[in-house]
Design a protein around this ligand. Structure first.
Ligand code: TYD
Length: 206
């Protein structure tokens, strides 16, 4: 594989979307061929699967079904979009990947990391070269969320779920200490973007 596969991970209000836009703008300035994509989604079939997973009417969906759908969407996206771009030598920037399934379904929803790895291995396994985890402590993220949606009531379950997702990411770090890099996400967004851009450029060798 000639390209580089770089994923971004983090919980709610981590600034991922803005950071990714900024990183892509800098890749563009440097004339580095890249694509930017996201999970779940990124291609037609995966977007269709995404709408099933995120449809609020699907309250009966079991956690296992959810995990399998994320894996299904991932594999289609990987085969149709990510691997061909890597073959062409591009940098692939992806908003969420396997680590989201490990932190959300494996750890926070309690299915277990092994179960998630197993279903993802079955489909087609390809790990990122670099993962930037935007490390925002859960209480800071919840403060930001409360400011953003002033009318939203954050109940205890939300808070404990956010904490569990965060702890899940710390478990992922233990599984993949080499590719999983924590970025301090508690600082101002501009400084945070700059840190991420620098990490990506260093990794690419620019
Ligand atoms: P999205 O609106 O893209 O959220 P964000 O901006 O936070 O990335 O919705 C994606 C949601 O799906 C998010 O809550 C995380 C969740 N998710 C999983 O639970 N498992 C997964 O494997 C992936 C890729 C996402």
């Amino acid at each position: 594989m000639k390209g580089l596969f770089i994923t971004f991970e983090g919980g709610e209000c981590s600034g991922k979307t803005t950071i990714i836009k900024e990183v892509c703008a800098v890749l563009q300035q440097h004339n580095i061929p890249y694509i930017s994509t996201r999970e779940p989604g990124g291609i037609e079939i995966a977007e269709q699967i995404r709408s099933i997973i995120l449809d609020i009417r699907n309250t009966a969906m079991t956690e296992e079904t959810e995990a399998l759908l994320y894996a299904a969407s991932r594999m289609q996206h990987l085969k149709e979009k990510v691997l061909p771009a890597l073959e062409q030598g591009m940098v692939v920037i992806c908003d969420r990947y396997l680590d989201s399934s490990l932190a959300y379904q494996g750890y926070a929803r309690g299915l277990g990391m092994d179960a998630i790895l197993k279903i993802n291995h079955f489909a087609l396994h390809h790990l990122p070269d670099l993962t930037l985890f935007i490390d925002v402590k859960p209480d800071v993220a919840l403060q930001r969320l409360a400011q953003r949606n002033k009318s939203d009531r954050l109940d205890l379950e939300d808070i404990s779920f956010h904490k569990a997702v965060y702890d899940g990411y710390l478990e992922v770090e233990k599984l993949y200490p080499n590719r999983f890099v924590k970025i301090d996400g508690n600082k101002e967004l501009d400084a945070l973007c700059e840190d991420c851009v620098q990490k990506v450029l260093d990794f690419i060798g620019r």
